[in-house]
Design a protein. Structure first.
Length: 184
C-alpha cells in the first residue's frame, strides 16, 4: 500500500474566476485531508469565484509566487478559468517552473490548456475534457480517453465525474515527490 501522507508538503492551487467549483474544492479537500497545506495562487486579488458561485480568498498573487516554495501544483478546470490563466504570463511561468523542477502536477478538465501554453505537453500521454483533444495533439501530446492518466508525475483527468480517481492519484503522486521524468 502506498504511503499517501502529505504532511509537511505545500500544494499550490492555481486558478482564477470561472473555475469549475468541484475541480477546486474536491482536490483541495483530498490534499488537506492527507496532511498537506494548500495555498490558493491566482492572478486575481482578494477572492475568486467559481462558475457555480463557490468563493475563496486568494492566498498569494501568482506574480509573487515561486514553484520553489511548493511541493506540487493542482490546476483545476473550467473553461473561463483555463482560458484566462493561459493568457497570463506569470501563471504560465509558474506552471512551467514545476515541470522544470520535476515536481508533480495535477490538471483536470480544461486545465491541460495550460500545459500547452507552458510548452510541457509534447511527448506526454494525458487526458482532458474532450474538446481539448486537437489542441493537445497539436502540441505533441498523446491524448487518451481515460478517467485518469499518470505520466511521470503528471496526473490528468477529464471531468468532475473523474474526481475520485483524480484525487487518489494526485495524493499518491504528490506523496512520491519529484519525478525525474517530469520535465519542461
Amino acid at each position: 500500500m502506498a504511503n499517501n501522507d502529505l504532511s509537511g508538503k505545500r500544494v499550490a492551487f492555481l486558478l482564477t474566476n470561472g473555475f469549475e467549483d468541484s475541480e477546486f474544492t474536491s482536490p483541495w479537500q483530498a490534499v488537506t485531508d492527507a496532511g498537506a497545506t494548500a495555498v490558493l495562487v491566482s492572478p486575481a486579488s482578494g477572492q475568486v469565484t467559481g462558475k457555480n458561485g463557490y468563493a475563496q480568498d486568494v492566498d498569494l498573487a501568482v506574480s509573487g509566487a515561486s514553484a520553489a516554495d511548493f511541493d506540487a501544483l493542482v490546476l483545476p478546470g473550467g473553461v473561463v478559468n483555463a482560458d484566462h490563466l493561459r493568457m497570463d504570463t506569470d501563471a504560465v511561468a509558474f506552471t512551467k517552473a514545476f515541470f522544470e523542477a520535476h515536481k508533480p502536477v495535477g490538471a483536470i478538465c480544461h486545465a491541460p490548456w495550460m500545459l500547452v501554453e507552458a510548452g510541457v505537453a509534447d511527448g506526454r500521454t494525458l487526458t482532458s475534457y474532450p474538446s481539448l483533444t486537437t489542441d493537445l495533439k497539436n502540441a505533441g501530446a498523446t491524448w487518451v480517453d481515460e478517467q485518469v492518466v499518470v505520466d511521470q508525475g503528471l496526473v490528468t483527468s477529464r471531468t468532475p465525474d473523474d474526481l475520485p480517481a483524480f484525487n487518489e492519484k494526485v495524493v499518491e503522486e504528490f506523496a512520491e515527490g519529484p519525478h525525474r521524468g517530469q520535465t519542461a
